[in-house]
Design a protein around this ligand. Sequence first.
Ligand SMILES: Cc1cc2nc3c(=O)[nH]c(=O)nc-3n(C[C@H](O)[C@H](O)[C@H](O)COP(=O)(O)OP(=O)(O)OC[C@H]3O[C@@H](n4cnc5c(N)ncnc54)[C@H](O)[C@@H]3O)c2cc1C
Length: 380
Amino acid sequence: MAESFRCEVLIVGAGITGALVAERLTRQGRQVVIIDRELPSLGSTVASTAMLLWEIDRPLFELSQLYGFEKAIRCYRASHHAAQGLLTLVAHHGIACQMRRRLSLYLAVDDSPKCVQDEYALRSRAGLPSLYLGHAALLKRFGIARAGALLSRDAADADPVQLTHGLLDISLQRGARLRKANAIAYDNAARRVTVGLENGISIEARHVVLATGYIMPDIVRPTAQQPASSWAIATQRQPGHLWPEQALIWEASRNYHYARTTADGRIILGGEDDRALVEPDARDDATPAKVRALKDYLKTLWPHASDHVAFSWSGAFDTTHDGLPLIGAVPSCKNILAAFGYGGNGITFSFLAAGLLATLLAGGTSRLLDDLAIDRDIPR
Ligand SMILES: Cc1cc2nc3c(=O)[nH]c(=O)nc-3n(C[C@H](O)[C@H](O)[C@H](O)COP(=O)(O)OP(=O)(O)OC[C@H]3O[C@@H](n4cnc5c(N)ncnc54)[C@H](O)[C@@H]3O)c2cc1C
């Protein structure tokens, strides 16, 4: 880019969130420019294990205690709707991203199944598609020995990089422009927002959408965000040693592990999240120990698999105190919106964000925009 220019909507960030927002806004016929200071999809998106869950990090049980049943169920239903919407969008456009519809298993971590039973009772009341499996049923169907689990429909997995590029291609075909640029300043004093770039030029946009992942510009100042890191491993290919039905697996615990399989027969397993290690160098130093811990966990979860690790990696994995994303208008920043889909189902939240921001730009409202507001009060 050699000269300053104007556009209707400028999206800052070309990860999965920016790509989903761009697809949604170009579908509305908007004139969109997307910038990223790196190559598209190389932020946290490339590190994602891409389990596309509608279940939220905070169980419905806890979210109801925090906000009341009505609001908690609204968030869960929106997340369920988003997961289904993402599946439909990918199928509609035939995006080649290895997306596979999956079941998900939410495992009890204690000797008692009580916490998943309580969760099941609330999900049933809300009409969400989960079934309770007791110890014997879980062992018989999946060969996993835990006190109990919830088995849910409508989850999926995918390759997050291919998904991002597939979505960006659709937007580019509709006339969107994608440029490499680093946004360093935001000025919204006039009717349009002027975004200053590192190379000295600027872009004037009627609306700006921040989709910068875990790198939050200073203008946002949220109080709900907690920095953290997560680690993941992928085993060698072992298609004959995967668990039945290749369900997505995660756990009823704040510090849960998560696991899935890949189309070519690997096991991907993640977790060992750490709030104290957030700098990239510290993360790298901790990787050997974290990989050992993940391998130990794999042996207890699924002893039939080889724990030979083909790849290991880590990334920023910020969360929020209530497990919900930060979506909507940036407080005190007219015409600047943000989509921060933090947490274990960040990608599902990114899809949700795309829809909500499209609604907002079209002049609509949604109670979810209050529920997920960047400056919402989160009881601690
Ligand atoms: C190990 C790991 C496992 C995960 N597993 C899952 C999972 O199983 N399921 C799930 O749903 N989610 C998972 N997540 C979370 C998920 O990956 C994130 O929610 C998602 O990738 C966020 O995408 P994004 O586009 O918002 O951010 P990013 O992918 O980080 O993209 C942000 C982009 O903004 C660009 N950018 C930032 N600042 C600027 C600037 N000033 N100017 C220009 N460009 C800028 C960056 O270069 C980057 O490309 C996982 C994350 C990690 C790290």
